[in-house]
Design a protein around this ligand. Structure first.
Ligand SMILES: [Zn+2]
Length: 274
């Protein structure tokens, strides 16, 4: 009982700086004390069971353009849909500090990046620059880590292992507070975010050193990614595409794979080769 309660404990919300090392130690210590269960399906004795891992690994990335996409939204590719095990894995990583899940999630994000960028999109002299969407500093403190940045780093490493030159470039900053997005509709999200992000002046020269792919954990309305692309463009960066781990399922229209001609969504030939 005590330990099941501990599972729900979060790092202190304010004032106390919590390093990711301490969160990692907390996570590892709990695994020794508490019989773990799969975050995807509840199976005992594995934080992520083989079946849920395979479900994530085998998902085929596809174009994920939101319905009524906001102006300026780059092409978005998602590794999977935001439901089932993928949703649970993302939530456990983001909200409950299950940091080891960054590895499989980063692999999925890397596959979405490769789907988003046509073959030959990167070279040693012009690597892919993966720019994560920033979280508010207070949110990072409350969670004890920055999930999107961590996933982006894991994706960068997965790309490099696959021979694709890639770097993490965390240059976006919030320049004013924004309201919690979760209860807002598409138009309200756009208003909430408009002009919220910026690239600090002293970091702008970094944008010319590669080809920019904007990354996030999720796409819902596309408002966040559109604001990221706007801020990067304002700073002189040219966003090639956007990639996310998961796209929320559209309920107001057919998903790309349900199109009458039976073709999957996305650019022909842009799918991840194997
Ligand atoms: Zn499972």
């Amino acid at each position: 009982m005590l330990f099941s309660l501990l599972r729900e404990v979060r790092p202190p919300p304010t004032g106390v700086p919590v390093t990711s090392a301490s969160v990692r130690l907390f996570d590892a210590a709990l695994d020794l004390l508490v019989p773990v269960q799969c975050v995807g399906c509840g199976l005992q004795h594995a934080q992520l069971c083989a079946a849920c891992r395979e479900e994530l690994d085998r998902a085929l990335p596809r174009a994920a353009r939101p319905h009524a996409a906001p102006p300026g939204l780059p092409e978005v590719y998602a590794a999977t849909t935001y439901d089932g095990a993928a949703r649970q894995i993302l939530l456990a990583h983001k909200e409950r500090g299950a940091l080891r899940l960054a590895h499989p999630l980063g692999g999925a994000l890397a596959r979405a990046v490769r789907a988003a960028v046509p073959t030959g999109g990167a070279s040693r002299s012009a690597p892919l620059l993966l720019v994560p969407m920033p979280s508010a500093p207070a949110t990072v403190r409350a969670r004890g880590h920055d999930p999107t940045r961590r996933l982006t780093l894991a994706a960068t490493r997965a790309l490099r292992r696959a021979g694709v030159p890639a770097r993490l470039l965390a240059v976006l900053r919030q320049q004013r507070a924004v309201a919690d997005q979760s209860e807002l509709g598409a138009a309200e999200r756009l208003r909430n975010l408009s002009g919220a992000l910026t690239v600090p002046r002293h970091r702008r020269s970094l944008l010319g050193h590669g080809r920019i792919v904007l990354v996030d954990d999720l796409v819902t309305t596309g408002a966040t990614l559109a604001e990221g692309a706007r801020a990067l463009a304002e700073a002189g960066g040219d966003v090639l595409a956007a990639a996310v781990v998961a796209a929320t399922v559209r309920r107001d229209g057919p998903a790309p794979e349900d199109r009458p001609d039976g073709r999957r969504g996305g650019r022909p030939g842009a799918a991840y080769p194997g």
